[in-house]
Design a protein around this ligand. Structure first.
Ligand code: PYL
Length: 272
């Protein structure tokens, strides 16, 4: 999981309305609808009366990212939830959240970003939730994934979450990871679940044969311009976006990308 920088998220909250307009134009669904569908919840779950969500800053490791808790709380608020950022960080922040009547806690260190429901004990990981949210959106963009070949680049938490759902939706998954043992492990896992999947060992060759691509890798510019055509559809969760700037502008209508929005929204509908 590539660590966000302040610049990646500084405009998230102010840009949510425009972001949603663009998401609707690409998928036909709002952020809230994508998240609810990914979590198989009703859209009106967000009106859960009295449900309070605390977002807790965490100082461990490389420490706090300026604007991170503001972006998370802003996304939750935009979805209609009652979210607040604790004044205290770390364990004191947990205590403050509980004293403040929060039922759900959101917190991230350098390795894990989780949402935790104090009432039910449910824990939701950002990586898996992001994978589910993005593939739900991709399914909308592609008008269904049944029998469609989909290349997943990156077999980490997001790529694994994505590959599992693509297979469940009938997509034909191919997985490339720079570490071939990781892609093999993911493909074996899918096959054990009776789902067809293939290991790709040559990224350039795999990109030349796929129009639907999930970029779940931490690499910059992992999808070269020669492999992006008028028919290419790319779902690229998190940072960096593996598409060169020129192609981002030219193909923006068929590129699904954000630093946090879909992941946080899906976490929320999964954990409540
Ligand atoms: C959760 C994000 C999504 C992509 N990369 C992940 C990341 O940047 N993780 C680190 C988050 C650190 C937050 C810091 C704070 O401000 O509370 N501990």
């Amino acid at each position: 999981m590539t660590r966000l920088k302040e610049d990646d998220i500084s405009k998230v909250v102010a840009g949510l309305t425009q972001y949603d307009v663009e998401l609707i134009s690409k998928t036909g669904c709002s952020l809230k609808a994508i998240a609810a569908r990914a979590a198989q919840r009703d859209l009106d779950s967000s009106s859960a009366p009295g449900l309070k969500i605390a977002v807790i800053p965490v100082t461990s490791g490389q420490g706090i990212i300026g604007g991170f808790t503001t972006a998370v709380a802003g996304i939750l608020d935009y979805l209609g939830f009652d979210a607040f950022i604790t004044q205290n960080s770390d364990v004191a922040g947990i205590a403050e959240a509980i004293h403040g009547g929060a039922e759900v806690l959101f917190a991230a260190d350098d390795h894990k970003f989780i949402a935790f429901n104090l009432k039910t004990g449910m824990i939701v990981d950002n990586g898996a939730a992001t994978g589910r949210g993005y593939i739900t959106a991709l399914n909308q963009m592609c008008c269904g994934l049944t029998e469609k070949p989909v290349l997943v680049i990156g077999a980490g938490p997001v790529g694994r979450g994505a590959a599992g759902l693509i297979a469940k939706l009938g997509g034909l998954v191919s997985v490339y990871d720079i570490d071939v043992t990781a892609s093999r492990a993911l493909v074996d896992e899918l096959r054990k679940q009776g789902q067809p999947a293939k290991v790709e060992t040559d990224l350039d060759y795999a990109l030349s044969r796929h129009q639907v691509i999930v970029d779940a890798s931490p690499a910059e510019d992992v999808i070269p311009p020669r492999h992006i055509t008028e028919r290419t559809i790319i779902a690229a969760p998190g940072v960096p976006l593996g598409v060169p700037p020129e192609q981002r502008r030219k193909h923006s209508a068929r590129i699904l990308h954000d630093p946090l929005q879909i992941g946080v929204a899906t976490m929320c509908f999964l954990v409540i």
